[in-house]
Design a protein around this ligand. Sequence first.
Ligand code: PMP
Length: 369
Amino acid sequence: MQRPYNFSAGPAAIPEEVLQRAAAEMLDWHGSGLGVMEMSHRGKEFVAIYEQAEADLRDLLAVPPEFKILFMQGGGIAENAIVPLNLSRAGTVDFVVTGSWSQKSRKEAHKYAAEVHTAASSEDGGFTTIPTPASWQLSRGASYVHICSNETIHGTEFQELPDLKALGSDAPLVIDFSSHVASRPVDWSRVGLAFGGAQKNIGPAGLTIVIVRGDLLGHALPICPSAFDYKIVADNHSAYNTPPTWGIYMAGLTFQWLKAQREGDATGVAAMELRNIAKAQLLYDFIDQSSFYVNKVAHHCRSRMNIPFLLQDDARNDAFLAGARERGLLQLKGHKSVGGMRASIYNAMPLAGVQALIDYMHDFERQHA
Ligand code: PMP
């Protein structure tokens, strides 16, 4: 039986092989007599799962040794507080606001930073573009610069991370990469800290991944909760408090799946990137040649992961969604702040799923244009 194609923005589709493997191991992990959810986080079985997941993630994303990988909880929204609690040093923080998620992050930072400065924003244009880094008004001596490298709701993505040094800033770059982690390589030479919830590209909700350069640890504000102090989390190998063990296990299975992916000579994340480029291109090309559907995002910063599109006549939205469901194309409704539709095509979405969506969009257009 073929499962439907799931276009949810998150929690999102998980590779079927990963779900099958988790199902097979549910009652008894590797002959231990225990299911993963029932294991002590300090026992040798779970420690092996954790160490393998961390090593595989480091390998997949080519994370340099000076960076720590932390498995935390609270999602991207908690990180909006945890980052300034650890990195702001009660000074000035810079934000580049390119959509709802960076906007939310900026709002939360006000609670912890002495000054929150907007270095650039695309709000006036309805978040349909990313201002060119050369135009950013970065502050002198900022504690960090925050961007959301893929805006899940508005569908904009940095195709290249900004080089803050070249822009005259010594501040570390913080990226919220929740919705495109592991879909493309990361240039760690430009990053101080990356955070992301797992529930889009990595596994179930409940696990938050933080990858942070070692020199940024140990500067938390005194009010920072111990469980959220990156140095304490790092010193305790993410087990200062009980970590989200099931989420780490599922992420680990996804990492193994990712490592096995191949496209020509490319493997792992490089293979995923090729596939993601092809999938996004197919859908954008179809939308752009149609006068029935529209995507308003500037071409240079269109997301490969989250593709919002409107029907020219939004009175047809409900019929479109109902017809999609009948064809096994699920969770295409757009975010309420943008309206219309959104196709989230993360790593687990095969090209065939995107093609099935396009075939449906084509048929719907023919019937209703
Ligand atoms: N950042 C981005 C880019 C997101 O897409 C989301 C969730 N959609 C969040 C942060 C918030 O994540 P959570 O709800 O897990 O806190």
